[in-house]
Design a protein around this ligand. Sequence first.
Ligand SMILES: Cc1cc2nc3c(=O)[nH]c(=O)nc-3n(C[C@H](O)[C@H](O)[C@H](O)COP(=O)(O)O)c2cc1C
Length: 173
Amino acid sequence: MEKIEDYIELVKETIKFLREGKVVVCSIDKNNKPNLMTIGWGSIGIVWGEPVFIIFIRPSRYTYELIEQTGDFTLNVFDDKYKDIINYCGTVSGRNIDKFKETKLTPLKSKYVRSPLVEESIISYECKVIGKIDIKPEMIAKEIKEKIYKSGDYHRLYIGKILTCYKKTILDI
Ligand SMILES: Cc1cc2nc3c(=O)[nH]c(=O)nc-3n(C[C@H](O)[C@H](O)[C@H](O)COP(=O)(O)O)c2cc1C
């Protein structure tokens, strides 16, 4: 990303896609098998003077295990064409399914992190974990607790330093 204005534009677009649940985290296991998981919550900003993407991952997710192992992840934004695939990546677990194989998406070697990018995405970010925060019941408002955490499984926030990001222009004509 050459200019700060380009980065800001990318962030604005990403927030829109995040709200629509079209962002997928990619992580990798110790045998180099990658996994995909859809996210709907996240935050992009500046923390400790660094550009960061903060994601919220419940400990029950296989992705949680993988990020714990490698300390990195990529974020991949998809357009509407991939609606069914995004939904699939958000409902089955990589513990027992190879989501790359099932979705026919293509892992692409990242420049700085072990977790791969996804070739078919239109925007992507490479992130290295520089901090973790566990949500504790006493930290959050009662109404959020009742709505989001009925089953416990409080999120861990991963503060990912954005090492690089990409935007692909797709002209569908
Ligand atoms: C639109 C959407 C958004 C989601 N957002 C999150 C999220 O932000 N954090 C989370 O822990 N799970 C979220 N999930 C659930 C996970 O994607 C889902 O449990 C997934 O199967 C976990 O995959 P894994 O076990 O391979 O990591 C979301 C699911 C969908 C469909």
